[in-house]
Design a protein around this ligand. Sequence first.
Ligand code: NAI
Length: 259
Amino acid sequence: MTLFRERRGNSMLELTGKTAIITGASRGIGKAIAMKLASLGADIAFLHFMDSENAAKTEQELSALGVRAKGYECNVADFEATATAINQVIEDFGEVHILVNNAGIVRDNLILKMTEADFDAVLSVNLKGAFNMIKNLYPHFMKKRRGRIINIASIVGINGNAGQANYASAKAGMIGLTKSVAKELGARNVTVNAIAPGFIHTDMTDGMPEKAREAALAAIPLKRAGEVEDIANLAAFLASDEAAYITGEVIKVDGGMAI
Ligand code: NAI
């Protein structure tokens, strides 16, 4: 190993020659991650669901960065659909190096009012969706003896949150999934990490009641909502060669909200 012997004036992450699959990248955090990885040279295959107009725009914006980019309509909660989409991506792009499990939904309610359907829907997309993607892609990673998996969890999966029993359960499950798969796939040179965002400015949080938004902002030491780029920057680092020795970690990007 060479130990920082060369001075590089412009130290920058590099993902040229890598392909990433990102779920839920038609908008929000997933789109920002796709744009960031593409800006570093990665080709991007992304999944979206019932959001074709935004997906077409995202595909255009990614292509404008000079990389290969293609969107695939796929419900991550559907095991067979994820298998089909992943096989299609491998056929279209060749090797896949990076998986980002970002697709997520909320169905918030106090447990008193939360329906069984609300609970199942959130677990199916947020948690089982990540399992489906990992399960169907890992034979490819094993064969290639390398891979990066980045799961987008939430600080709510660490601390819990009133009104989000379903979402917090799914995100806590994702953290358990991250650590377990990191232990299983380490010997195959596959790293698995989770990012736990706090309160990030997106369509998802724009849909929150004003009072809940104010309460969330008041609890942030840095006194602002995070931007999607704050999450994308960490995802890019975790996907890069620089992060080769980090696995099984859950890294909060929350302006100090969950200290
Ligand atoms: P968003 O609602 O703006 O975007 C969600 C994306 O997931 C969209 O592209 C949508 O098409 C896709 N999606 C939804 N259901 C899907 C399904 N069944 N199959 C495939 N794709 C599906 O959400 P946002 O805010 O960008 O969140 C992205 C991730 O970050 C989610 O996992 C969310 O839980 C997590 N997160 C967000 C925070 C925030 O403050 N916005 C905080 C903590 C975590």
